[in-house]
Design a protein. Structure first.
Length: 184
């Protein structure tokens, strides 16, 4: 989390830019949180949009340097509860409020764990050699096949598979170490 105490005061435009950065960075976790509170509900992205509108309307209330995710989750939870009331009024079967709250608390913990894991993975990926990082990128982030990439490099797919096996083992060790440092 960025600490803004030591920086000179921001202009309104700078504040808005930082707010947009935070809002954008938290879209995935907020959507996952909404989905956890409304499993099987197809309108989760609509609730996310409503949440984003409320966050933007209240942006001047948010104090930079405080926990944006917790604030966004609280607003999302309010929108979910409003939606649940509408569904109940229209005769839909929905979880009890107590059960929904229990899911919400569990999801907050899961999202926090996911955030820690994601940050740890970013650290571990940054430690890879550029050619290994590119291999991971080609294999897991792009639509091409490993065979296509092997042809591109004029190497065998088996060689790349073996290299990926070693990279994954190293990433697993690195992740375990990173997460161990976070929890201690």
């Amino acid at each position: 989390m960025t600490n803004y105490d030591h920086l000179p005061p921001m202009t309104d435009d700078e504040h808005d830019q930082e707010f947009v950065r935070l809002l954008t960075a938290h879209q995935g976790p907020v959507l996952a949180y909404i989905r956890s509170l409304m499993p099987g509900f197809t309108g989760a992205s609509d609730i996310l949009q409503q949440t984003n509108i409320t966050l933007w309307k209240k942006k001047d209330v948010f104090e930079l340097g405080t926990n944006f995710k917790a604030w966004a989750f609280a607003i999302a939870r309010n929108h979910v509860m409003d939606q649940r009331k509408k569904l109940k009024r229209n005769g839909w079967l929905v979880f009890s409020d107590e059960l929904a709250e229990m899911f919400a608390e569990e999801e907050e913990e899961d999202v926090a764990d996911f955030d820690e894991s994601y940050r740890a993975l970013e650290v571990c990926l940054s430690k890879l050699q550029p050619h290994d990082r590119e291999l991971v990128q080609k294999r897991y982030c792009e639509n091409g096949t490993l065979e296509d990439y092997a042809r591109e490099l004029n190497r065998s797919a088996g060689t790349l598979k073996a290299r990926l096996f070693k990279i994954r083992a190293g990433l697993r060790r690195c992740l375990d170490n990173q997460l161990q440092h976070v929890s201690s």
